[in-house]
Design a protein. Structure first.
Length: 316
């Protein structure tokens, strides 16, 4: 059975910033936490990020900052397991202990005021806006090749970029603080998460999910609300909508009704209502927006080579 693991980052004491590159069939599948703040770049792979009482899809190119001591898991999509080859999941994680680097040292220097404010506002976690992702992705890949003082200085430079150039960070928080989980409670919550992610497309009754948690249905409702600050039905719908958004982005559907039934909803009407509540727009509007983005991306890819050629043409 699984629980919230107190993950120990392999601290190398000559390095204040630890970088770990994972190239695996799927992402690390244990709900875990650690005292270090974590900066993660997803290079390849997709799935669902679960952070405390918050969840959302992730994909290649995404960059996240996860707050210290918050239970989290990057849950791989089912496609990672169908064809489980090394490289399905590729990510770089940067771990740093804020107190070790900043406390009673450089945090009091006026030049670090912006970085101090950024780190103080991480809370549960933040997602980098997509407009900054290319620059930051290259910086993280470059930082992975460095060590010692060179790595530390590059990392501080990256934090400086975050605090001065990045606007509109996305908060990875529901607005409600999660109740701290013991290992025992974490084991139970992780079983609930795991079962939900694997069976979201099915009709999950209260009796069934309570049996997974090994408690009565009445006790389960109180238990889940206490530790997640939301009802199980709300959580289940969030997971289903996350999966619906992935299907739309990948084009894996044949009409809105198909999306609804394939993600566990019993009617298109209910799906439309829940989708709009969670995403802020109807499924049809979301489909149109993503079609526009796809056309724009393809057009940009076609124009780049042309512009490169024109740059060398002498029109005189």
């Amino acid at each position: 059975m699984m629980k919230v693991l107190q993950f120990t980052v392999p601290i190398i004491y000559k390095d204040s910033v630890v970088v770990e590159e994972d190239i695996l069939p799927n992402f690390y599948n244990q709900l875990h936490r650690h005292k270090e703040t974590q900066l993660t770049l997803i290079i390849k792979g997709e799935g669902t990020l679960m952070l405390g009482n918050y969840s959302q899809p992730f994909k290649a190119g995404d960059v996240f900052i996860l707050g210290a001591n918050h239970p989290h898991i990057f849950k791989s999509d089912s496609s990672h397991f169908v064809n489980a080859i090394n490289g399905n999941a590729h990510s770089i994680h940067i771990f740093f202990d804020q107190e070790r680097i900043f406390k009673n040292s450089i945090e009091h220097l006026p030049e670090f005021e912006g970085i101090k404010n950024l780190l103080g506002n991480i809370d549960q976690g933040l997602q980098l806006p997509s407009i900054n992702a290319d620059y930051v992705g290259e910086a993280i890949i470059g930082l992975n090749k460095k060590s010692g003082l060179e790595r530390l200085l590059s990392f501080i430079e990256l934090l400086h970029y975050f605090s001065n150039q990045v606007k509109d960070w996305k908060s990875l928080s529901t607005g409600f603080s999660s109740v701290e989980l013991t290992d025992h409670e974490g084991l139970r919550m992780n079983d609930i998460y795991k079962y939900t992610m694997e069976h979201y497309a099915e009709a999950i009754s209260l009796d069934k999910i309570a049996a997974v948690a090994h408690i009565t249905p009445h006790a389960f409702c109180k238990y889940f609300k206490k530790y997640s600050r939301k009802t199980y039905n709300t959580f289940l719908n969030e997971i289903r909508i996350n999966e619906a958004c992935k299907k739309i982005i990948k084009g894996e559907y044949d009409g809105i009704s198909n999306i609804a039934y394939s993600t566990g909803f019993n009617s298109a009407i209910n799906f439309n209502r829940v989708f709009k509540k969670n995403v802020g727009m109807s499924p049809s509007d979301y489909i149109r927006n993503n079609k526009f983005k796809a056309v724009y991306t393809r057009l940009a890819l076609l124009l780049v080579p042309l512009l490169n050629i024109l740059a060398f043409v002498d029109f005189d």
